[in-house]
Structure formats: structure tokens, C-alpha cells
Write a protein of this length. Structure first.
Length: 63
């Protein structure tokens, strides 16, 4: 399961940042989980390499 999120850049409120949060199977929002943050250069696209890598990490390490 994943969820797209948007938030304002803390250094420049005119810039909106986008991300995808990948959740492990059986995710329960009342529980606490470790997190892995994967990012790429500002010109990157979240659905490309960094996003694929993050999804695979979530699948492998959080199952």
C-alpha cells in the first residue's frame, strides 16, 4: 500500500514537494514502524529510480 503526499518546502513556501509513502503489508496506523527515507536530486521524479528502490525496500524489509 502506498500514499502520495504533498507539502510546502520549508525553505521556500512557493515550492510544493511531493512524495510517496510505502507502507508494509498489514500496516496498522496505531503501531510504530521504522522508516527508510529515499530521496533523489531536485530534478528527479519520484516514480523513477528512487521511488522504485523505496518500494522494493519496503516490500523486502517490512514484510
Amino acid at each position: 500500500m502506498s500514499q502520495k503526499v504533498n507539502f510546502k518546502n520549508s525553505n521556500n513556501g512557493n515550492i510544493t514537494m511531493s512524495a510517496v509513502v510505502n507502507f508494509p503489508k498489514g500496516f496498522d496506523k496505531s503501531q510504530h514502524y521504522p522508516a527508510i527515507v529515499v530521496s533523489h536530486p531536485g530534478g528527479g521524479v519520484k516514480e523513477q529510480t528512487a521511488g522504485i528502490y523505496a518500494k522494493k525496500l519496503a516490500e523486502k524489509y517490512f514484510d
